[in-house]
Design a protein around this ligand. Structure first.
Ligand code: G3H
Ligand code: ZN
Length: 283
């Protein structure tokens, strides 16, 4: 069933686990995530970035996701990932999203607070949760591009003040992860995470989690990480499975026979993440 992101954040915070947030932009990815959640009896965030919404169209994303969520036997929140404009947020709220992220991390602190507060004014009365971002996560996620040089880690004092002044439901923090495929082993700043976790009990969100070791994830969750975003590992699994079919059966032209194995591959990635994050069995 479709639920507010707030419900998933609160339950994860209370239960000491993280809920996976997986990006979708087509039917097979959506089905893979939902099937994984049902097989793992896990809550889940399904989410679309602005790039995903542009690619599929908001009517398709919202329509598919809401049908899938209503049919599903587990709680599902539909999230706007890395929203950068109030207009985009309003469009998603109007189309039945149950969670939004307003990514004001590129703005000066006070402006980030202001836009987050403005989004909360329109989201909360519609039972839509609001995730904000403080500190700039590096890498590329569709239209969000942050160079290594510009990436800045989250300041623990600012995080506490930000959460207090905005009343956001969750806060995405920058502690060393980055979007996209890592060139080397990402080194998470656990001391910084511990400091943030000491100063605020707002549910924390880890972006750029594809390619982060299982050990690092297990170490991070107890510090209040309640949502963990995965996009790249699904994309890589999808592309690898499609290439395998095309290479082994070059004459195959039935999309179901090409995309079906890709869906299964993505489902297995999502299932493993739900077990790793601790959300499996928590639906
Ligand atoms: O917002 C989406 C995620 O942060 C994507 O992270 O590229 O590591 O999968 P990822
Ligand atoms: Zn992200």
């Amino acid at each position: 069933m479709l639920v507010s992101g707030k419900e998933l954040f609160q339950a994860a915070k209370k239960g000491g686990y993280a809920v996976g947030a997986f990006n979708l932009n087509n039917m097979e990815i959506l089905q893979a995530i939902i099937e994984a959640a049902e097989e793992e009896n896990s809550p889940v965030f399904i989410q679309a970035s602005q790039g995903g919404i542009k690619y599929a169209g908001i009517e398709y994303i919202a329509g598919m996701a809401k049908v899938a969520a209503e049919k599903a036997k587990v709680p599902i929140a539909l999230n706007l990932d890395h929203g950068t404009s109030f207009t985009q947020v309003v469009q998603c709220v109007r189309h039945g999203f149950s969670a939004v992220m307003i990514d004001g991390s590129k703005l000066p602190f006070e402006e980030n607070i202001a836009i987050t507060q403005k989004v909360i004014e329109v989201a909360h009365p519609n039972n839509v949760s609001v995730e904000a971002e403080l500190g700039k996560i590096g890498g590329v996620e569709d239209d969000i591009k942050v160079s290594e040089r510009d990436a800045t880690f989250t300041d623990p004092d600012e995080a506490a003040e930000f959460a207090e002044r905005t009343g956001c439901d969750a806060l995405a923090i920058a502690i060393g992860t980055a979007h996209g495929v890592y060139k080397g082993e990402p080194r998470l700043d656990f001391d910084r995470l511990a400091e943030i976790s000491k100063r605020t009990d707002v549910p924390l969100v880890l972006h750029g989690a594809s390619g982060v070791s299982d050990e690092a994830i297990r170490k991070a969750v107890p510090f209040g990480i309640c949502k963990i975003n995965i996009d790249t590992e699904l994309r890589v699994a999808f592309a690898k499975a499609v290439r395998k079919v095309v290479a082994e059966q070059p004459d195959e032209y039935d999309p179901r026979k090409i995309l079906g194995p890709a869906k299964e591959a993505m489902k297995e990635v999502a299932r493993a993440k739900m077990r790793l994050f601790g959300s499996a069995g928590k639906a």
